[in-house]
Design a protein around this ligand. Structure first.
Ligand code: NDP
Length: 308
């Protein structure tokens, strides 16, 4: 790999709340900042949601895409160089980082923040693209007040989604595909102790029915449960391959491992490579926590570059 003549102080991969917040803090710290935000999902997972009501500062809520456009405009106004390019490899060359894009372009930087997010796992059944199918009860639950909803999954996330929806919806049915939940005992106990939640075991989903919005969930055994909302909570896939290929350690779930407890919480096992947002967060996965870790990553990079 031949490095270009210009080298940024920091290169940020990923254009969600973590990436843009990192850029805002980096440029304000005087670091030359390049962002490669990718063509697959520019703006990140929030661009696929409708109203965001839990991001502070917007009394009436804000549409996911509008929030991301505002973050990008803020980062660019402050001086971040935002490029739409998918990064296929990160390599170290003579003490610097090279990010190689799909078009074989090379961008050089002294440090890298990986903020590539996580993708929701999809059921892959007919009807999954209907309106009324959601992957986030905290985001969309309030739109299903006093309606019949179904949650699919048997892990801690599915339990959390069901418990979040229980006081809002008129009924919550949790569909577990096997005979047992994978969730922790504590979460299982909370779900089984909640009279508002019905758990159905051995209930794999065959499809979601409805014309343009959800009307029901069809089980493999042929039964159809009437519902206007379906929350799919069957796990996440962190987009960690890029950083993993560059040598960053991952946990059992594939999430990037960061040095959470130290004074540089976003540092990874590879010096100069930092991780922020959902790609390194199996637990919280909120826009605001992703933004916060982007801030931490920029401050960590600033400290790292000063110490070099
Ligand atoms: P998990 O991987 O733990 O669970 C996924 C669940 O979805 C499993 O029950 C799995 O079933 C089921 N599933 C997978 N594919 C399908 C499918 N096609 N149809 C139906 N069901 C399917 O993911 P989570 O997101 O729940 O949790 C991820 C991690 O985050 C875990 O470590 C969890 O403990 C943690 N977490 C902790 C929380 C807490 O402590 N409060 C809250 C949220 C998450 P099967 O078992 O049959 O494979």
């Amino acid at each position: 790999v031949t490095l270009p003549t210009t080298t940024s102080d920091v290169l940020i991969v990923g254009g969600g709340p973590a990436g843009f917040t990192a850029a805002i803090y980096a440029v304000r710290a005087g670091l030359s900042t390049t962002m490669l935000i990718g063509m697959t999902e520019p703006g990140g997972a929030l661009t696929t949601t409708t109203d965001v009501e839990n991001y502070p500062g917007f009394a009436d809520g804000i549409a996911g895409p509008a929030l991301m456009e505002a973050m990008q405009a803020q980062a660019e106004r402050l001086g971040a160089n935002v490029l739409y390019d998918d990064v296929t490899a990160l390599e170290t060359v003579g003490g610097n980082w090279a990010a190689i894009t799909e078009d074989a372009e090379v961008h050089a930087a002294r440090a890298v923040i990986v903020a590539t997010g996580a993708a929701h796992k999809h059921l892959g059944v007919p009807g999954e693209t209907l309106a009324g199918v959601s992957y986030c009860a905290t985001c969309d639950g309030s739109f299903f007040a006093s309606q019949d909803v179904v949650v699919v999954g048997g892990g801690d996330t599915a339990c959390e989604e069901a418990l979040y929806l229980a006081p809002l919806a008129s009924s919550v049915t949790l569909l577990v595909r096997s005979g047992a939940m994978r969730a922790s005992v504590a979460m299982r106990d909370r779900v089984s102790g909640d009279a508002r939640i019905t758990v159905r075991y051995d209930a794999p989903v065959a499809g979601i029915t409805g014309q343009d919005k959800v009307a029901g969930v069809q089980l493999v055994d042929g039964e159809t449960l009437p519902a206007t909302g379906v929350f799919v909570a069957i796990g996440h896939v962190p987009r960690s391959e890029l950083a993993a290929k560059a040598g960053v350690s991952t946990d059992a779930g594939g999430y990037l491992v960061t040095d959470r407890r130290s004074e540089h919480v976003t540092a990874t096992s590879v010096p100069g490579l930092f991780a922020a947002g959902d790609v390194a967060d199996p637990t919280y996965r909120q826009a605001i926590t992703a933004a916060a870790s982007g801030c931490q990553a920029a401050l960590d990079v600033q400290k790292y570059l000063t110490a070099l």
